[in-house]
Design a protein around this ligand. Sequence first.
Ligand SMILES: Nc1ncnc2c1ncn2[C@@H]1O[C@H](COP(=O)(O)OP(=O)(O)OP(=O)(O)O)[C@@H](O)[C@H]1O
Ligand SMILES: [Mg+2]
Length: 272
Amino acid sequence: MSKEQTENKTSVPSGSPPIEVHDLTVAYDQKPVLWDIDFELPKASLTAIVGPNGAGKSTLIKAAMGLIEASSGYTLIYGKPLDKQRNRVAYVPQRESVDWNFPISVMDVVLMGRYPHLRLFQRPSRRDKEIAIKALTETGMDAYQKRQISQLSGGQQQRVFLARALAQDADIYLMDEPLAGVDAATEDVIFNKLKELRDRGKTVVVVHHDLQSVPENFDRTMLLNLRMIACGPVSEVFTDDNLQKTYGGRLNILSQMIEESRQQRFVRETDS
Ligand SMILES: Nc1ncnc2c1ncn2[C@@H]1O[C@H](COP(=O)(O)OP(=O)(O)OP(=O)(O)O)[C@@H](O)[C@H]1O
Ligand SMILES: [Mg+2]
């Protein structure tokens, strides 16, 4: 374990959960899109936020990070107000919400992950650059350091975003659909990194659309549709009943898909 990791570990007070959100209500133009959300998540966990389009998943992450104004509610990070702890949280926005034509190189995007560690007007040091290169290497993007972000494929953009979050070396990672639109190879790279972060004691929260891959890859799930339908270990809350409440009439297709994927896995496992 590096010196930095050891310092990070020892600075985490025991007792308070890494992240807790209370009474969170968010409205756009007076219309509530999130209603009275309460949850807390433990250390060393990997959580999938699932729910239909427009359910409020992105809004939840942004409001929990204080990036948009909430009508009510608050976030505590290790028991302390978000403002004092913001640097310990890495946020990866949904790919569609970013202007990819902005003239900036891959390296500069990843170095932005180091900004919370720098003092005002301090430039990134050689060490910050080394950390950025390591993060790019870990996501298989080191050959693209000088490339403008407008010249990347969708999957490459997702990898660069992940590298920026890794370079931040946070305790909590909130990621909005990091696996959207990626091919199988990129999906493997990203899932492996997420699990590695979890195994290093981090709290990782991922908005995720592929329900089939939830049981296999996540420990916990939040089912969201305006309200929190359920939040807890996958084995307890990822049930047909809760999926029905979250997705309504589309459930039949969903449970069929999940059942099919279970059967396929069973066949694969018995074959091998
Ligand atoms: N800036 C905004 N102004 C007004 N309404 C908004 C704004 N952003 C989101 N909304 C509305 O809030 C609701 C929740 O949006 P949000 O983006 O959080 O959903 P989501 O669950 O992330 O959906 P998706 O799966 O499509 O990403 C939607 O009805 C959306 O139309
Ligand atoms: Mg969204």
